[in-house]
Design a binder for this molecule. Structure first.
Ligand code: BGC
Length: 245
């Protein structure tokens, strides 16, 4: 099946047509920057522009950075609050004139890694974390996803851990890799005590630099970098659509 995968992020949308049998991109990835916070209607228009860029009429899989239950967005920590409680599938389908499926962005990235990447064939508990604008999580048991884990919002002193350890937080706090990895270790130790993962997969842009920070980690689980790097979200969104539509 061929699906247009779109990954909605904090500052851009990334999209490409995906062959869901192989996970391969069928055209070069396209990016639409969203410096301002888009309303749901504006996001629909951006999705329609993405489809138009690829002259796409087929199904679309969208990864969204918040809790997604069926067609409805439940949380929107880093995007427009107008998404909360909204049937976003309806808004996006109306804008794009195509069938749309919706999934949490980290769950999408996890689906790509579990199917084609660093988690392929791994049994037991696999925890994928994306370190980007926020921290996203996807938890798998023997390859099956437990949806909408929101481990970026586990609290430290009343604030979400993603405020301290996301890729954006590293920049905002002016931390070098060693200092940031110290906080990441404390965070991962909290998660380790909760879900005892057999394997942690680190994703998000910062995972490309894993050689600079993995050696500083003090954790008991095995950790590897995501294989898809920045494309996991859109590939997984397409995979989810192929299963759901
Ligand atoms: C959201 C998650 C999302 C993560 C990464 C968090 O703030 O609550 O749903 O997966 O950011 O985008």
């Amino acid at each position: 099946m061929k699906v247009l995968g779109i990954d909605i992020g904090g500052s851009s949308l990334k999209g490409a047509p995906v062959d869901t049998k192989t996970g391969e991109l069928l055209a070069e990835r396209h990016r639409i920057d969203t410096p301002a916070r888009l309303t749901p209607e504006e996001m629909g228009a951006a999705i329609a522009r993405m489809a138009a860029h690829f002259d796409w009429k087929g199904p679309i899989g969208v990864g969204f950075p918040g809790v997604v239950q069926g067609r409805v967005v439940r949380t929107s920590a880093n995007l427009h609050p107008g998404f909360i409680g909204l049937d976003a599938v309806e808004v996006f389908e109306r804008a794009a004139g195509a069938e749309v499926s919706l999934v949490n962005d980290a769950d999408a990235a996890g689906l790509a890694e579990a199917t084609f990447g660093a988690g392929r064939g791994v049994q037991g508990a696999v925890l994928l974390l994306t370190f980007g604008t926020g921290v996203g999580s996807a938890l798998f048991v023997d390859g099956i996803l437990y949806p909408n884990t929101e481990f970026g919002h586990v609290k430290r002193d009343g604030e979400s851990w993603e405020r301290f350890v996301s890729g954006a937080a590293k920049e905002r706090r002016g931390l070098d890799y060693a200092a940031w990895a110290g906080d990441v270790s404390t965070y991962l130790n909290v998660l380790e005590d909760l879900v005892w993962p057999d394997l942690i997969i680190a994703g998000g842009g910062i995972s490309a630099d894993h050689a600079k920070w993995f050696p500083h980690l003090k954790i008991r689980s095995r950790i590897v970098a995501a294989e898809f790097l920045n494309e996991a979200g859109l590939v997984g969104a397409a995979l989810h659509a192929a299963r759901a539509l």
